[in-house]
Design a protein around this ligand. Structure first.
Ligand SMILES: Nc1nc2c(c(=O)[nH]1)N[C@H]1C(S)=C(S)[C@@H](COP(=O)(O)O)O[C@H]1N2
Ligand SMILES: [Mo]
Length: 224
């Protein structure tokens, strides 16, 4: 046993995701902005720097578990807890009282939705550094959502928008995703049990990796 969650094997962190986003390499703006919309009284655009300067910043060492069965462990992020960001945003935009979901969008157009309660967990960060160094574009600058209890597809890179919602949004993963995506319960996908997906994904990883080949993170890494 590796000590990793069920069905996971160790790997280095590297740029990875849905094949159709492999070739989308967004420009990171000099002054990134977060668009806040959805079931809110007053949508806003707010400078990300303002949110990343909120009190509560902290370092966090956590693991990233990709649904395709690789896990990168001991990642040292620094950022602001999403709960603090949400508190600041709520005062500005006034989300609907029955808002229960939140979709994060990246500059590449990738979207993923979390239960609001899950996004407010203590270990969910809006991170802007990894190993003490500001994120590079390939690492998800200007900010990488870090949701360690959930499969990697919930941890959106290049966060540029937050949409408060009354209902779940399947996002970019569509039916392949799971509403909650909790690693502990092996919620890889809603369609089949997690242990079935393990085998399917493991077989598909080399094909997915080929899309991302040459797109390895700066620190140099291998693995799926
Ligand atoms: N913007 C964006 N975020 C994304 C993805 C993506 O394609 N685009 N892929 C997700 C998936 S499936 C995984 S496993 C992690 C991988 O994190 P990394 O690219 O920082 O290593 O990013 C997630 N966040
Ligand atoms: Mo993933």
């Amino acid at each position: 046993m590796s000590g990793l969650p069920r069905g996971q094997s160790p790997a280095q962190l590297r740029r990875f995701g849905l094949p159709r986003f492999a070739g989308v390499r967004p420009e990171v703006p000099a002054r990134p902005v977060l668009s806040v919309s959805g079931v809110v009284r007053s949508p806003v655009q707010i400078e990300l720097a303002e949110l990343l300067a909120l009190p509560g910043r902290r370092d966090q060492i956590s693991d990233l578990h990709c649904v395709t069965t690789w896990s990168a462990t001991g990642l040292r992020w620094s950022g602001v807890p999403f709960s603090a960001v949400h508190e600041a945003l709520s005062a500005r935009v006034r989300p609907h009282p029955r808002c229960a979901w939140v979709t994060f969008t990246g500059l590449d157009g990738y979207r993923s939705c979390l239960a609001l309660a899950d996004a407010l967990a203590e270990d969910v960060l809006l991170a802007d550094t990894l190993d003490g160094v500001p994120l590079t574009a390939d690492q998800g600058a200007p900010a990488h959502l870090v949701a360690p209890a959930h499969y990697g597809y919930k941890s959106v890179r290049h966060v540029c928008a937050v949409e408060y919602r009354l209902s779940y949004d399947p996002g970019s993963a569509g039916p392949l995703g799971h509403r909650r995506g909790r690693v502990e319960r092996e919620e890889r996908s809603a369609l089949l049990p997690g242990r079935v997906w393990r085998r399917i994904w493991r077989g598909l990883v080399p094909r997915v990796r080929r899309h991302y080949d040459g797109d390895v993170h700066d620190q140099g890494s291998a693995g799926a």
